[in-house]
Ligand binder design. Structure first.
Ligand code: ADP
Ligand code: MG
Length: 399
């Protein structure tokens, strides 16, 4: 996939109506609408401000949750609207329908320097179906399509891909930044490239390893992901997380890494516990001698040394998935040590993807010392997997 996409900086937006696809799908309280984490809204502000400063009229589009074509009050974008009004310090009218008479009237009346937010697109079934008529009608509201919803880039929906068939389509500034870091890290990285994988969504993630073997110099596997690999080596893993369907795959990946000369490091030791609990006593175990009644909760001190040593020599580090159950302080050492080691690499490009990994890094206090924290969980993963992201592929290439 070509990552060198035209952006709003490459075109003239003055006096134009812009359809700007954002990702305002923020975690929020369903009853009160209170937003728990506004990162996704804040990260799109530079694009909105750029467009307004350059005399464009901005029609904001987003989805929220999974209403499956039904009008659900708790999935309205009203709380995102309220928050945007505070951040932008201007009125942000929210349409009363999705592409009905109110949307059309508000968009038709929109002047340069003004914004309007269209209500949750997934209130219409046609959005997720990528219905061409719906996409065409959406496109008819504006002159240009700008895609800035990196978190939704792996979906081919009407507002992420469909509209691009009917309008000139370019990237927003958030997507530009994501492509610059993620694209470059995988296509033309400063070497050595060290990839770190962990977390608990093992079956979702394990497939990235095949692609990473083609790109990375070193792969570190910790967190819940590691035990499937430890099992593939024939080791006991007690009651630890296991993706039983992928033990064979893990075996193949270990063999392939050896063939290709890619260093694949697995935990030598683990912090384990009798039960999955914040109060559980951490028990240090050797990875080759894992007690049958314990569960692996974190990487151990020898592994931390191995992993931070590999990071210390890196030119680029990409990390997805915590090294342990970092929500419990007794099992957060591995995750924090990796975050610190990355932040110590001042001359390296350091990237974090994944929702829980990002919050772990924020919690560790090292977030602002890293090069880039990706806003797209699923999208950043598909990037690592080497898949084509429909929301990106449909944008115009740079000349
Ligand atoms: P991300 O959201 O960054 O993509 P995941 O959702 O895959 O990451 O995984 C995050 C979760 O993995 C965290 O909640 C963490 O507690 C859990 N986790 C990490 N290591 C283990 C482990 N050894 N056993 C069980 N869960 C783990
Ligand atoms: Mg997660």
């Amino acid at each position: 996939m070509n990552y060198d996409k035209k952006t709003i900086r490459d075109i003239d937006v003055s006096g134009k109506k812009i359809l700007l696809r954002c990702d305002f799908n923020v975690p929020h309280d369903k009853a009160t609408g209170v937003i728990h984490d506004d990162t996704r809204i804040v990260s799109t502000l530079p694009t909105i401000r750029y467009l307004l400063d350059h005399n464009a009229a901005v029609i904001l589009l987003s989805h929220m949750g999974r209403p499956h074509g039904e009008w659900k009050k708790e999935l309205s974008l009203f709380s995102a609207r309220d928050h945007l009004e505070e951040l932008l310090e201007m009125p942000v009218p929210l349409t009363e329908d999705v592409l009905g008479p109110d949307t059309k009237a508000k968009c038709a009346a929109l002047q340069p320097g003004q914004v309007v937010l269209v209500e949750n697109l997934r209130f219409r079934l046609e959005e997720e179906k990528n219905d061409p008529e719906f996409a065409k009608e959406l496109a008819s509201l504006a002159d240009i399509f700008v895609f800035d919803a990196f978190g939704a880039a792996h979906r081919a929906h009407a507002s992420t891909e469909g509209v691009s068939h009917y309008l000139p389509s370019v990237a927003g500034l958030l997507v530009e930044k994501e492509l610059e870091f993620m694209g470059k890290a995988l296509d033309d990285p400063k070497r050595p490239l060290v990839a770190i994988l962990g977390g608990s969504k093992v079956s979702d993630k394990i497939g990235v390893i095949n692609n990473l073997l083609q790109k990375a110099d070193t792969i570190l596997i910790g967190g819940g992901m590691a035990y499937t690999f430890q099992a593939a080596l024939g080791r006991d893993i007690g009651t630890s997380l296991l993706d039983a369907n992928h033990v064979g795959y893990a075996k193949d990946m270990i063999a392939k890494a050896q063939e290709m000369g890619v260093k694949l490091l697995l935990p030598q030791d683990n912090l384990a516990a009798k039960e999955f609990s914040a109060d559980a006593e951490p028990i240090l175990v050797d990875a080759t001698d894992f007690p049958h009644d314990l569960m692996g909760m974190d990487i151990g001190p020898k592994t931390i040394e191995d992993f931070t040593g590999a990071i210390a020599g890196a030119g680029t580090v990409i990390w997805n998935g915590p090294m342990g159950v970092f929500e419990f302080p007794a099992f957060a050492n591995g995750t924090n040590a990796v975050a610190k080691a990355m932040s110590d690499q001042k001359d390296a490009v350091t990237i974090v993807g994944g929702g829980d990994s990002s919050s772990a890094v924020e919690k560790s206090g090292f977030a602002d010392k890293l090069s880039h924290i990706s806003t797209g969980g699923g999208a950043s993963l598909e990037f690592l997997e080497g898949l084509v992201l429909p929301g990106i592929a449909c944008l115009a290439d740079k000349d």
